[in-house]
Design a binder for this molecule. Structure first.
Ligand code: 8X3
Length: 252
């Protein structure tokens, strides 16, 4: 039986790329996301690569949906090898005194609470089987703050803390917990952050080579394929031109 990996936010960006990389490396997949049409496209491509794929439309912000979803997963497969908590977003760049409450709620509900709900129900399953790996997609924004990042920074610093606490909770259950903290990566990320403004979003990556989703997907593959006694706890991965959250060497 192939190992099964569950990926949240699998309809685009890091999640989609991770699905393809894992399908091509002999894993079966459970993919969830909010856009059914996109899920079906990713599912078909992964099946072509030889993976068995189960999909579900799930909004990780809703605890009941997450609980029901994990129950359904357990009817599809008896064992879960890894959970990739990838679903997340950044919206807006306003300073704290001009913050848009709805943007803040979307970020906190998805990046923090969604990750907690999914981790709660999947880790119960992993505790029963006494094995598993959980990888949280954090961010350089969870290591270093910047102006206009107040809620996004807060949500990703939370992911850093949650990752550390979960690792302590689960260490006696033979469950590996780690995180990947990417810097600037060209995906739908900036388009969402700037609410569909393609002109501003595309300028973010002018003058340097950003990370691409494949870089993160390959890191996930590396982490989950280490021998069972090895847990990579924290990976900080940046474009070569990016020295920190705020120091980017742009040409021109
Ligand atoms: C994304 C990285 O630098 O845009 O998580 O906050 S950054």
């Amino acid at each position: 039986m192939k190992k099964v990996v569950l990926i949240t936010g699998a309809t685009s960006g890091f999640g989609e790329a991770t699905a393809y990389v894992l399908a091509n490396n002999g894993f079966d997949l459970i993919l969830c996301g909010r856009r059914e049409d996109r899920l079906n496209i990713v599912k078909l491509a992964c099946e072509k690569a030889g993976a068995q794929v189960w999909t579900a439309v799930v909004d990780v912000r809703n605890e009941n949906e997450v609980e029901d979803f994990v129950k359904r997963c357990r009817t599809w497969t008896s064992e879960i090898f890894a959970l990739i908590n990838n679903a997340g977003l950044a919206v807006g760049r306003e300073p704290v005194h001009q913050g848009v409450s709805d943007d803040w709620e979307r970020m906190m509900d998805t990046n923090v609470k969604g990750l907690l709900w999914m981790s709660k129900y999947v880790s119960q399953w992993m505790v029963e089987q006494h094995s598993g790996s959980i990888i949280n997609i954090g961010s350089v924004a969870g290591k270093q703050a910047y102006g206009g990042g107040v809620a996004y920074n807060g949500s990703k610093f939370a992911v850093d803390g949650i990752t550390q606490a979960m690792r302590i909770d689960l260490v006696t259950h033979n469950i590996r917990v780690g995180q990947i903290c990417p810097g600037a990566a060209e995906t739908e990320f900036s388009l969402v952050r700037f609410k569909g403004d393609e002109t501003i979003a595309s300028k973010v990556y002018d003058g340097f080579q950003p990370l691409v989703a494949q870089d993160i997907a390959e890191t996930v593959l590396f982490m989950i394929t280490r021998p069972p006694h090895v847990n990579i706890q924290d990976v900080w991965i940046m474009p070569t031109a990016q020295a920190s959250a705020t120091v980017l060497h742009k040409k021109g």
